[in-house]
Design a binder for this molecule. Structure first.
Ligand SMILES: [Zn+2]
Length: 93
């Protein structure tokens, strides 16, 4: 009787495909795919967040740069931040 090759990840289930180079069982493949897809969303969210922070910093630097060497109070700084234009999402290529 031929020996059944077990999943190299969990070591419990038979491999999903004996002829494939992928040594995992179906549940391990499915779990990996789910985690990979979830991490894609997380990475895209983090990338968008970082781009938004960069855009906000650039906008605020521009707003304060227009003030030249003026002396301003903290309340005025807060007001400039409040009324600064919100960065717009760049066009997707
Ligand atoms: Zn497995």
């Amino acid at each position: 009787m031929p020996e059944i090759a077990l999943c190299s990840k969990c070591g419990e289930n038979p491999r999903a495909d004996e002829d494939s180079n992928n040594p995992w069982c179906k549940p391990c493949r499915a779990k990996y795919q789910k985690e990979y897809q979830d991490s894609k969303v997380t990475r895209a969210t983090a990338k968008g967040f970082a781009a938004g922070v960069d855009a906000a910093v650039k906008t605020l630097a521009h707003e304060f740069g227009r003030g030249g060497s003026a002396m301003v109070s903290c309340q005025e700084v807060a007001a400039v931040i409040e009324r600064a234009p919100r960065p717009r999402m760049p066009e997707q290529a």
